[in-house]
Design a binder for this molecule. Sequence first.
Ligand code: ACO
Length: 316
Amino acid sequence: SLRARLIGFGSYLPKQIVTNADLAERIDTSDEWIRTRTGIAQRHVAGDGETAVSMAVESARAALDYANTSADDVGAVIVATATPDQSFPATAVRVQAALGMTGGFAFDLTAACSGFVYALATAEAFIRSGQVRKALVIGTEVYSRIVDWEDRTTCVLFGDGAGAVLLEATEEEGYGILSTHLHSDGNYGDILFVDGPATPRPVLHMQGREVFRHAVAKLSSVVDEALAANGFQPQDIAWLVPHQANLRIIEGMAKKLALPLDRVVITVDRHANTSAASIPLALDEAVRDGRIKPGDLVLLEALGGGLTWGSALLRL
Ligand code: ACO
């Protein structure tokens, strides 16, 4: 049977870095408050010419180069983003054009911070069904353009960036994406949302404590679900690559899996929360610096606005 294997990785971070100290000059906050509550020390913020599309294209090119693959061979481009440059056309078709593709199909999907896991699961379904042989899955976000920079309870948490993976169909058993599990519960839609594009000044709204509480419980259960579905024990996991919202949530998941923190890829300190881009950014970093190796069992998990949450278990 067909499976989807990850063969390419790429990412892009804006040039400009904004530290906690920089924020403390503009709003009533402190490096100490931000670090102890979230683990964040700095974030990258998009400047002129850095957009959801441009960052997605850079990360996609890097993923294609990594796999020595031409864009002409790609059958689908799926972009997860909550911060598109335009409502339509989709970010993904702009990426498709920038890569010089004239075939295949491209679309965006929205699942907030779970977007990358949702996009990976969607691409995998196309590959398993035999409809697509190679797919680019991209998370790209410019939250700096939708946070209220006067609201200290939210603006300190987010950063900009993009990450991409290239998937390829394989017949080899036991490799690639082993399982994905997606969940949502729209009853919690109001604890984390962004105003629609028709709102004069759309911004992000979040009840931080409520989101935190749901994150710990729901991520725990989706991790158990992933292990049980594959007959694995926590100790079988070589690497946890979690969505990077808050170091305390990440530490909670590591503890649950009895994984030492040096088996968890952590970028939240340097990237802050880049929403749908955080997992592919972390994956790219850890694959390129040699931490994650071929054959490693890797667990991805995320929770975001919706609420949406999910996991993907893969063997590289
Ligand atoms: N600097 C200084 N003080 C602050 C700041 C700040 N940046 N932000 C809030 N405070 C103050 C508050 O005003 C409050 O003061 P008060 O007690 O006088 O009212 C106090 O700090 C405590 O605020 P809480 O919100 O209770 O702080 P908490 O410990 O819950 O931490 C945080 C807040 C970091 C947001 C935490 O709740 C969290 O991480 N939640 C999860 C968020 C998350 O994961 N979001 C992303 C989901 S992904 C997506 O889809 C976008």
